[in-house]
Design a protein around this ligand. Structure first.
Ligand code: 5GP
Length: 172
């Protein structure tokens, strides 16, 4: 991709993921968890993160969208596919790519807490764009705090492209 300025290299991302995984391993010890990957953006992060998790784990995938075709949040969260198993009494770990306004995270947490009585619910995001927050939602774990730039790569797309990049960058 031309004119992309690298913000986090592959090595920085992978190192940080191992650190987050260590924290999550310490929290749950050997307790079983259900890891919910929020498609499409979190797929690369979720796949790399779960490889370092040591507890018994099941993966679920849901698909939400909020950005539509632009580079700023539409302000509305659309549940494309949110079919989930019974999460009552389960340890739930939500895995997201980025928390921006926080609307997606709030939508998801409200959905899970409104439909299930989980044993625990934790929210893990690779990136945290705290400066853009429009809700009071904070991730329990995050990899990097980022500025208000439109980021691409490592799952984050630009009109569907760039998700496959091993690094995260922004257009210069
Ligand atoms: P929120 O609901 O917190 O405003 O936004 C969450 C979703 O918006 C993320 O899961 C991601 O899909 C998208 N998003 C937020 N910031 C960015 C960004 O900088 N780049 C890209 N490609 N997507 C973003």
């Amino acid at each position: 991709m031309e004119n992309l300025k690298i913000l986090f290299t592959e090595e920085q991302i992978q190192t940080r993921i191992k650190e987050i995984a260590d924290e999550i391993n310490q929290l749950y010890k050997d307790e079983e968890i259900i890891a919910i990957c929020v498609l499409k953006g979190a797929v690369l992060f979720a796949v790399d993160l779960v490889k370092h998790l040591k507890m018994p784990l099941k993966m679920e995938f849901i698909r939400l969208s909020s950005y539509g075709h632009g580079t700023t949040s539409s302000g509305k969260v659309h549940a494309v596919d949110i079919s989930l198993p019974d999460l009552n009494d389960k340890n739930v770990l939500i895995i997201e790519d980025i928390v921006d306004t926080g609307l997606t995270a709030k939508f998801l947490l409200d959905f899970i807490n409104g439909n299930f009585k989980t044993k625990s619910t934790k929210f893990c995001s690779l990136l945290d764009k705290k400066i853009s927050r429009a809700t009071d939602v904070e991730p329990d774990y995050y990899g990097f705090e980022v500025d208000d730039k439109f980021l691409v790569g490592y799952g984050l797309d630009d009109e569907g492209y760039c998700r496959n990049l091993k690094y995260i960058g922004y257009k210069n």
